[in-house]
Design a protein around this ligand. Structure first.
Ligand code: S3P
Length: 449
């Protein structure tokens, strides 16, 4: 869990970034690799697992439900208990900062004859859980959650699962891969067919991996692009060998740093470029970013490439609202790119950003304003008039940028610091451990090369 001593850090103006680096394993894929391995019968091996706090919270929770998980020589082994085989945990599940662990594991527990209480840090305890509670309750789980004064259901919460649960046809009211996955995972131990209908495609790692583990799962897309994902319950999963690619959401930080710092030339190797995740790279290319995908290949059913990026003069852009799900975690760092672009960048349709690890629209607008950026916060997005490549500078003395326990806000302002006149101070870099251990070393390494 995040250490309590805060780590205020100054990020100074930087010379060119150069060299080849790798970022840690994909967070979404790592959670799913542990969870599906836990439900297979026998031993799965996972290479490249992200060892960030969020993923470790998932591993710990699975251990407390009877799954044996070990690590040796960078390979993780998971001794699965089979679908339906999870045991009653004896203590509350500590979820730390991790919304993905919470929502995915709620789905798993909902269709087991066990109960579990979920607790988390201050950020996670503010995040809405009604979106998972509703469908899982329809499947028969009994879930009690703390109600906030504005009537949101939040952690701590207790899921009392049911076996057998009732299969469900569920239209996702908000595009959310976490909600989709929670329902599909509950469907695995539910007789009959469980269907999730998603109006806008969200990341499809669960579907790809479920197929890999031998589940009976199919996706149909209609003429309007609406996807129906069907999973047949009471599944038998067979153990797998999984290679987790580098996380595109983590690669986003060195990629934007290289675009913004003059003279930079960087290769980020082995990055997942699944189209349901790669929206940022397409937007940056449209802004004029020199980003090339080299050595494209498929690893464990996921498209992967080495990303070659060189410093580029960026132009502002109107980012279409419908691209949001493919870059939902990348808006904070896109806003930093927009702050240095030439002209105006507009974004819309981003209500979901207000319920991530922090309210990312407000945190980014406030932080960018401290750095002298011309930024307007709307209800559903930001409008940014970029500096046209000119270094940013702190408008008030002795201010630190607040990250509100949000790893992606912390990393975004760390990168912004590299393109300031006098540096930027981030109030606490500890949250970065949730998704990108080694972030600061990697940036230092690129600056030194
Ligand atoms: C995730 C899905 C996204 C994303 C989160 C990870 C996942 O959330 O923001 O960081 O692994 O399924 P939503 O599906 O709620 O948009």
């Amino acid at each position: 869990m995040t250490p309590s001593k805060i780590r205020q850090t100054m990020f100074k103006p930087s010379g060119p970034l150069s060299g080849k680096v790798r970022v840690p394993g994909d967070k979404s894929i790592s959670h799913r690799a542990l969870i599906l391995s836990a439900l297979a019968v026998g031993k799965s091996r996972i290479e490249g697992l992200l060892e960030g706090e969020d993923v470790l919270a998932t591993a710990e929770a699975l251990r407390s439900m009877g799954v044996t998980i070990d690590k040796s020589d960078d390979v993780w082994t998971v001794n699965g208990v089979g679908v339906g085989g999870l045991m009653q945990p004896e203590t509350a599940l500590e979820m730390g900062n991790s919304g993905t662990s919470t929502r995915l594991l709620m789905g798993l527990i909902a269709a087991h004859d066990i109960s579990a209480t979920f607790v988390g840090d201050a950020s996670l305890s503010k995040r809405p859980m009604g979106r998972v509670i509703d469908p899982l309750s329809e499947m028969g789980a009994d879930i009690t959650a703390r109600q906030t004064s504005d009537h949101k259901a939040c952690l701590p919460l207790t899921v009392r699962g049911i076996c057998p649960a009732v299969p469900l046809d569920y239209h996702l009211p908000v595009p959310s891969a976490q909600v989709k996955s929670a329902i599909l995972f509950a469907g695995l131990n539910t007789p009959g067919i469980t269907r999730v209908i998603e109006p806008v495609p969200t990341r499809d790692h669960s579907e790809t991996m479920l197929k890999g583990f031998g589940a009976d799962i199919s996706t149909e897309t209609d003429k309007d692009g609406i996807r129906t994902i069907s999973v047949t319950g009471e599944a038998g999963l067979s153990p797998q060998k999984i290679k987790v690619p580098g996380d595109p959401s983590s690669a986003a930080f060195p990629v934007v740093a290289a675009l913004l710092v003059p003279g930079s030339d960087v290769i980020v190797e082995n990055v997942g470029i699944n189209p349901t995740r790669a929206g940022l790279f397409a937007v940056l290319q449209k802004m004029g970013g020199d980003i090339q995908f080299k050595k494209k290949r498929t690893v464990g059913g996921e498209p992967v490439a080495d990303i070659h990026v060189r410093h580029s003069a960026l132009n502002g852009i109107d980012v279409p609202a419908d691209i949001a799900p493919t870059m939902i975690d990348e808006f904070p760092i896109l806003f930093v790119a927009a702050a240095l672009a030439n002209g105006r960048t507009t974004t819309s349709g981003l209500h979901e950003l207000r319920v991530k690890e922090s309210d990312r629209l407000t945190q980014m607008a406030e932080g960018l304003a401290i750095l002298g950026v011309d930024v307007t916060e709307k209800d559903d997005g930001l409008i940014i008039n970029g500096s046209g490549g000119k270094a940013l500078s702190v408008t008030q003395k002795k201010v630190t940028i607040k990250t509100a326990l949000d790893h992606r806000i912390a990393m975004s302002f760390a990168i912004a610091g590299l393109v300031t006149k006098g540096g930027a101070t981030v109030d606490d870099m500890n949250p970065v451990e949730t998704s990108f251990p080694g972030f600061e070393n990697l940036i230092t390494e690129l600056v030194k090369k």
